[in-house]
Design a protein around this ligand. Structure first.
Ligand code: ZN
Length: 419
C-alpha cells in the first residue's frame, strides 16, 4: 500500500461517534484494508497498479447505539468516477419501489398540489411512479449519469449532494415537501446530522419522511458482513435512528421491516412525537435482545471468520477436483466478500453482471474481469459464487439455463451452501 494514502487514511479515522460525538467506541469487526467496494478498475487502472486501500473497521457507540465504520473516505473520492450503479437494472427493486410509491400516494392523499422529494433518486426508478400519477416530484442525486437518465424520462432531477444548505435553498424557492423519500442513502452520508437537519428543513410541518436503510438486526443475525464497506458509514438499529432523529427535531413514528437487501427497515419520520405500536415494540425488542449494548456484538467477528473459513474450504475442494468457478454480480458486497476472504483469480475465473456499465471492468482488489451474464453459458463453469445473494431468487430464476446445464450456485451468506 502507498504510504501517502495510508497516512491520509489514518487522519480521516473517527475516534468519536459520528452522530453523538462521544468517545469510547467499542470495536465490533475488522475487515482489514480494502479498496472502495464500488471502485471498479479499467484496463488502464490495472496497468497503473496504484489502487488505494483504506482500513475497514466497525465499532459500536455505547452512548447512542450507532454501529459505524471508523474510516470516512471523502465523498469526492467515493463519487469521483463515473458511478456505475443504475437502480433500474433490478426487477425486484423496481417492483418494490412501485408498491411503495402507490401506497404513499393513497395513504397521504397526494395530488397535483403536492411535492415529493427524493434524496439519492438515482435514475428516477421510484419517482417516475409519482410523475405518472400526476404528483410533482423532485429528485436530488450527486451521480451525473443516473441523474441525466432520470431527467430524460421526465423526472426533474438536480445533480447535487443533499445538505442542510441545499434544503434551505429549496425552502427559499418555496419548495417544501409533503413527502421526503431517502432510500439507502442515510448510511452513505458523512455528515449524518446535517443530512437529517436538511430533511427537517425541507419537510412541511405535516409532512412525512420515509427512510429505508438496511436493518442492523438482520445484518448481525444473518451474518451479512459483506454489506459492510466504506460507502456504508452507519448500520442502523431503530434505537440508533430514534436517537439520530430526535437530536435533529424529528421523530421515528412508524417502522416496517422489509425483506429487500437482506433485511431493511422503512422508517416513517415526522415532526411530532407520536410513535405507533410498531415503533414502540421494535424499540422495546432491541432493548430486550441487547442490541443497545456492546456485548450483543461480541461474537459477530468470530461468526464472520467461520463463514470465511467454510467458503475457502469449499472453493479449495472444488479447485482440487479440477472444477471451474465463476462469480455472479460485480456488487459492492461482492468486493467486500472477495477481499476479506482473500479470494482472487487463483480461484475464480471471472464475474458476470447484467449492468453493461460494469462489463469490461475489473473487481476492486480481487481484479476479476467482469463479463456479461451470457459468459456463464459460453464458458460453462461448474459453479457460480453468488455475490448478490439479496437477489438470489431473481438471479437463480434468470439463470435457469446455466443450472439446467449442470451449473451450481454457491450462496455464501448467511452460511455457505450450494444449490
Ligand atoms: Zn454515538
Amino acid at each position: 500500500m502507498n504510504t501517502a494514502v495510508q497516512t491520509r487514511s489514518q487522519q480521516r479515522s473517527v475516534v468519536n461517534c459520528r452522530v453523538c460525538g462521544k468517545d469510547g467506541l467499542a470495536p465490533v469487526l475488522d475487515l482489514g484494508a480494502t479498496p472502495l467496494a464500488d471502485a471498479l478498475l479499467s484496463d488502464a487502472d490495472l496497468v497503473r497498479g496504484d489502487e488505494a486501500t483504506h482500513p475497514l473497521e466497525v465499532a459500536f457507540c455505547p452512548s447512542c447505539a450507532l454501529v459505524q465504520i471508523l474510516e470516512t473516505v471523502p465523498p469526492e473520492e467515493v463519487f469521483a468516477r463515473d458511478y456505475p450503479y443504475f437502480s433500474s437494472f433490478s426487477d425486484a427493486l423496481l417492483a418494490h419501489s412501485r408498491d411503495n410509491a402507490l401506497e404513499l400516494i393513497e395513504a397521504r392523499g397526494l395530488d397535483e398540489r403536492s411535492l415529493v422529494v427524493e434524496l439519492a433518486s438515482n435514475d428516477g426508478y421510484l419517482l417516475r411512479n409519482f410523475v405518472e400519477k400526476g404528483v410533482p416530484a423532485l429528485g436530488i442525486d450527486p451521480a451525473e449519469g443516473p441523474a441525466k437518465a432520470a431527467t430524460a424520462i421526465g423526472v426533474p432531477t438536480m445533480n447535487a449532494f443533499f445538505t442542510a444548505d441545499l434544503a434551505q435553498q429549496l425552502v427559499d424557492e418555496d419548495k417544501r415537501a409533503d413527502v421526503v423519500i431517502a432510500n439507502n442513502v442515510l448510511a452513505h452520508v458523512a455528515d449524518t446530522n446535517g443530512f437529517v437537519q436538511g430533511i427537517a428543513k425541507i419537510l412541511k410541518d405535516d409532512g412525512v419522511a420515509v427512510i429505508e436503510a438496511p436493518y442492523l438486526g438482520d445484518l448481525i443475525e444473518h451474518c451479512e458482513f459483506d454489506t459492510i464497506y466504506h460507502e456504508h458509514l452507519c448500520y442502523f438499529s431503530a434505537t440508533a435512528l430514534d436517537n439520530l432523529f430526535r437530536r435533529n427535531g424529528l421523530f421515528l413514528n412508524d417502522v416496517r421491516r422489509l425483506p429487500i437487501h437482506g433485511g431493511s427497515m422503512r422508517s416513517y419520520v415526522s415532526k411530532c412525537d407520536a410513535p405507533t405500536e410498531a415503533a414502540r415494540s421494535l424499540l422495546a425488542e432491541e432493548k430486550e435482545t441487547g442490541m443497545t449494548q456492546a456485548r450483543f456484538y461480541a461474537d459477530f467477528a468470530r461468526r464472520v471468520e467461520t463463514l470465511r473459513d467454510d467458503l475457502l474450504a469449499l472453493l479449495r475442494d472444488i479447485k482440487a477436483e479440477g472444477g471451474r468457478i465463476a462469480a455472479y454480480a460485480a456488487s459492492a458486497k461482492g468486493a467486500t466478500l472477495l477481499n476479506y476472504c482473500g479470494v482472487g483469480n487463483n480461484m475464480i475465473d471471472f464475474v458476470v453482471d447484467r449492468n453493461v456499465h460494469k462489463q469490461g471492468k475489473y473487481m476492486p482488489g480481487a481484479h476479476l474481469p467482469i463479463r456479461a451474464p451470457e459468459a456463464l453459458l459460453e464458458e460453462a463453469p461448474d459453479y457460480a459464487l453468488l455475490l448478490a445473494w439479496n437477489f438470489a431468487d431473481e438471479i437463480l430464476e434468470q439463470q435457469q439455463a446455466f443450472r439446467d446445464g449442470g451449473g451450481k450456485f454457491i450462496i455464501p451468506v448467511p452460511e455457505v451452501r450450494v444449490v
